[in-house]
Design a protein around this ligand. Sequence first.
Ligand code: G3I
Length: 347
Amino acid sequence: MKRLLSGLAAIAFALAAPLPAHADRTPDDLRELSRTLRVHIGSAVDATALAGEADYRRVLNQEFNHVTAENAMKWETVEPQRGAYDWEAADAVVENARRNRQQVRGHTLVWHNQLPAWLIEGVDSGAIDAKELRKILRSHIMTEVGRYRGKIRAWDVVNEVVDDTGKLRDSIWLKHLGPGYIADAFRWAHQADPRARLYINDYNLEWDAKKIETTLGIVKDLKAKRVPIHGIGFQGHLGIQYDYPGDFAGVMRRFTDLGLEAAITEADVRMVMPATAEKLATQADYYQRMLSTCVANKRCVEFTVWGFTDRHSWVPDWFEGEGAANIMDENLAHKPAYDALLAVRRK
Ligand code: G3I
């Protein structure tokens, strides 16, 4: 009896004692994982789902401590008519984040997509000339960054400014304002919110040699000119039908060696449908490797998935026959990828 009691006492003590630092208990959820890894873990937010789906809202707020508006802060959404702003969806994302202790990535200030029709048509017809366009861009940046001053941890200031051949993208910005628009955008954003971390963000930057070299060149040039740029965003849109970008860690290091912080900003891993157990296992491995790459680099501060549920994903609309790219299924059940993320540890 005595032995039994002392055995029970030992078990009780073991349960009550704080976990030793090396304890390898699996975190309960992504928020706990984020604390363990000391990396923000975020998701893109579909503002319509946030407003209308209670289960979506509950899981988003329970799991993530960082969010990015998937579409709500883009130019066509916030200024559909010239000078007539609509902040409803963007405000809702930011307010929900405040209430749920989530930090926010602002996405995105300067892009070639999802521009309002009045802007594209005005430039095309010549009604908006280069001087006017520069004024419009400045005002857009100052207005949007200013509105959320102090509420946005990091901004994607310029998005996808290098094309697939490694040249500066031939957007309306480059065509009409010249390459200086990039430095201008960072300077204006900094003026509007001096504490926000300012990023250049792109896709395929995990592996595309031409894009990597050009983007490194842009960063070095901005730094040499003392332009306020603080971060490099790797979107992280992968597909299991392609090899995992094997030197991603090395590429990230080349950027962080320039003094930038890094983030994986839009991670998802698509597959040719239908999903099978084998494909889901490969997907889990890709997700795990992406997060591990971030965790292994001291300057990588954020890992954000581009939506957390297959219920809402851009993939099926953009890649015919592909899908299932997220870490939870349509019913918000955890996929193997979710568990693979929970298993990542700081070495
Ligand atoms: O808002 C309209 C709605 O009124 C209409 O009924 C509906 C019909 O299709 O379309 C809605 O707009 C869609 C919008 O998403 C909002 O859902 C657009 O058609 C659709 O093209 C748009 O797609 C977005 C895409 O960017 C546009 O470029 C995706 O949701 C969004 O996930 C995606 O995100 C980008 C990042 O911003 C940058 N990196 C790549 C990433 C994936 O493409």
